[in-house]
Design a protein around this ligand. Structure first.
Ligand SMILES: NC(=O)c1ccc[n+]([C@@H]2O[C@H](COP(=O)([O-])OP(=O)(O)OC[C@H]3O[C@@H](n4cnc5c(N)ncnc54)[C@H](OP(=O)(O)O)[C@@H]3O)[C@@H](O)[C@H]2O)c1
Length: 251
């Protein structure tokens, strides 16, 4: 059985801890947290340390700290030639200190501590400096997820940009929709079936095929009516930019 150590106590670290704890094919050998009390409700206290020098030996060390701390924390690890991976979408593999063997274990999902996820359905994007370590990461990943991908640093950067468009920007548009509802005494819940159907549609159609609405139809009267209705200049600018982009993509 592969032994794994998690370094970090944030959103991703907590979900990884739960995933590895519930797998009967891996051993969670230990966890490092600057503030151990953050993990007291999810893991046996005896497995947590706030001293890197007392970390147990493991096959893989997963550094799940803020992107800016990866270089610093990996340099502080008190051992050499072990497999150390980070979980960042936008950080190159080379940021990990090269005294250890390096890799990436990037879970492509949005994580918040209090929102449960089914790790089996989360794509894990793997990268390593050598084939043998890739095989270890592949074996480890398959214990907690059914979706494992070989993605290099350049591809991961592209994937992260794509993810910002489909996740963060879409969620920002939900916020705008929610504000417009609130200002007009409409419950935001009324839009939820539409939001769900929009996401479901791309299981069977490409995003280009799935596009509908006034921009796609080039319904200029409706577009102008919407622009007249919107008073917020920022919302107006976003509406105009997205309308133009949809029209360009749809010829
Ligand atoms: N959240 C997501 O949706 C998501 C998805 C995929 C990948 N990721 C990646 O996963 C990694 C962790 O993200 P997260 O969302 O879990 O972040 P987070 O919730 O903000 O947690 C960051 C963790 O890093 C620790 N940390 C920060 N600086 C440190 C330092 N100098 N020394 C030791 N520990 C330090 C923090 O410790 P304290 O709690 O003590 O401050 C905390 O445990 C990042 O690389 C991120 O890009 C995030």
């Amino acid at each position: 059985m592969l032994k794994v150590v998690i370094i970090g106590s944030g959103n991703v670290a907590q979900h990884l801890i739960k995933a590895f704890q519930s797998s009967d094919k891996t051993v969670l050998a230990g966890v490092y947290a600057r503030n151990p009390e953050k993990l007291f409700n999810i893991i046996d206290k005896r497995l947590i340390t706030n001293n890197l020098n007392t970390l147990p030996e493991a096959d893989v060390y997963i550094l799940s700290v803020s992107d800016d701390a990866i270089a610093e924390v990996s340099a502080q690890l008190p051992f050499n030639d072990r497999l150390v991976v980070h979980t960042s979408g936008s950080t190159g593999i080379e940021v990990i200190n090269n005294k250890n063997r390096r890799g990436v274990f990037y879970p492509l999902q949005t994580f918040s501590k209090n929102k449960e996820v089914d790790f089996k359905q989360i794509p894990l994007c793997l990268e390593s400096d050598n084939v043998k370590d890739y095989e270890i990461l592949e074996q480890l990943s398959s214990c907690i997820s059914n979706l494992v991908y070989n993605i290099n640093s350049l591809q991961r950067q592209a994937l992260h940009v794509a993810a910002v468009f489909v996740n963060n920007f879409t969620n920002h548009l939900y916020e705008i929709g929610s504000e417009i509802c609130l200002e007009n005494n409409i419950p935001f819940a009324i839009l939820k079936p539409l939001i769900k159907e929009t996401a479901d549609k791309i299981d069977t159609l490409t995003p280009l095929e799935a596009q509908t609405g006034p921009a796609r139809r080039r319904d200029v009267t409706t577009i102008q009516r919407h622009l007249d209705f919107i008073k917020d200049e920022n919302q107006k600018a976003i509406y105009t930019l997205l309308t133009k982009s949809i029209q360009e993509k749809n010829g």
